[in-house]
Design a protein around this ligand. Structure first.
Ligand SMILES: Cc1cc2nc3c(=O)[nH]c(=O)nc-3n(C[C@H](O)[C@H](O)[C@H](O)COP(=O)(O)OP(=O)(O)OC[C@H]3O[C@@H](n4cnc5c(N)ncnc54)[C@H](O)[C@@H]3O)c2cc1C
Length: 325
């Protein structure tokens, strides 16, 4: 039975794992996180539930639409009726979807029946002509015929360097060209609803705040009002390494018309070093020149965002099935 080891249990890794498993492959997914889902991230603060990574999903391809329809029939995915004014989006002709109980539930649903190991940070990879050996910080070792790497490209390059795995100049150049915006996310648990008008989200084109969303109106935080704020790329870049203690309040002050000071109960801040891939590899994955199959994918490849990560995972699985089975 052909086997694959997948680094990263975000949407790209889980999609590749599901597809290969469906065809009888022996697949193990490892992730450094305590939970799965990567940037499909949902957090609980008090009784509130907040999405602090991806906010909604667009679906343009048939394969992704089918998956979302299936998850919708199971009650895992719902539609969020955002307006053109909310998104400031000229390309406003398709539906937006969310996890009905948070974005992370989508990842959990996709991981059902897969072998996904969490708290496993990959620190070394090695290859010979029989396959790959992957080692984690906890000292575990995993072997597989093929390796799929879905972590952001800058982190993948660091891992390769630490592992003394060389790439061809063109593969190295392709991965080095992929870049991401950082994003500082502020999560606010409140004791009364925000004043955001329906449908509960606004995207800003200028200023230090890029996005604000009311998780209650979104439908994922019925037990306590809560708001997620995303700082703009410029603000996040400028403040990424600063002490974050005052930054949450500073960003809340920027949107105080929607969040009365008396409504704020607690504030948490999360730093996403890699949020949206702004320079992407044109193809949906990169098959590197190596002794055994080595694929790089994720949202840094192809169309980006959640849907791009899905397509990348699917295409990597198809490539391996066609070239390794
Ligand atoms: C703030 C924010 C807002 C966003 N908003 C949207 C949006 O509204 N719509 C949209 O479509 N997209 C949005 N995105 C982007 C979207 O979340 C991503 O494009 C998508 O989730 C990426 O999936 P992925 O599988 O490629 O990567 P990830 O989800 O990042 O998965 C990679 C996984 O690799 C793991 N990992 C990293 N290093 C190691 C290691 N050494 N060993 C083991 N595991 C490792 C990580 O823990 C992670 O789980 C947003 C992202 C952020 C951060």
């Amino acid at each position: 039975m052909p086997s694959s080891l997948i680094i990263g249990a975000g949407l790209a890794g889980l999609t590749a794992a599901r597809e290969l498993t469906r065809y009888g492959w022996d697949v193990t997914v490892v992730d450094k996180g305590r939970g799965i889902g990567g940037r499909l991230a949902t957090r609980r603060i008090e009784q509130a539930r907040l999405d602090h990574g991806a906010q909604y999903i667009s679906a343009k391809t048939t394969a992704f639409k089918h998956l979302l329809q299936d998850l919708s029939a199971q009650g895992i995915v719902a539609e969020w009726h955002l307006e053109q004014a909310t998104l400031g989006d000229t390309n406003f002709n398709h539906s937006r979807y969310i996890g009905a109980n948070g974005m992370n539930e989508i990842a959990k649903a996709l991981a059902r029946n897969l072998t996904v190991l969490t708290n496993e940070t990959v620190c070394q990879i090695r290859t010979d002509d029989t396959g790959w050996l992957v080692e984690t910080e906890a000292g575990a070792q995993y072997r597989a015929d093929s390796l799929i790497v879905t972590i952001p490209a800058p982190q993948a390059l660091t891992l390769l360097e630490k592992s003394h795995v060389g790439l061809t100049a063109s593969d190295q150049q392709a991965l080095s060209a992929i870049t991401y915006h950082p994003c500082i996310a502020v999560m606010v648990a409140m004791n009364q609803p925000s004043l955001l008008p329906p449908p509960g989200a606004i995207r800003y084109q200028t200023g230090s705040v890029a996005w604000i969303a009311d998780n209650g109106q979104k439908g994922i935080s019925p037990d306590q009002p809560s708001v997620t704020i995303h700082a703009s790329a410029d603000f996040s870049q400028a403040h990424f390494d600063s002490d974050l203690s005052g930054i949450g309040q500073q960003l809340i002050d920027q949107v105080s018309e929607w969040i009365p000071a008396s409504a704020v109960r607690s504030i948490q801040v999360h730093r996403w070093r890699y949020s949206l891939a702004n320079q992407r590899y044109p193809g949906s994955f990169l098959a590197a020149a190596a002794l055994s199959p080595l694929l790089f994918g994720g949202d840094g490849f192809g169309d980006g965002n959640v849907e791009g990560a899905f397509t990348s995972g699917l295409q990597m699985a198809t490539y391996l099935r066609e070239n390794l089975a």
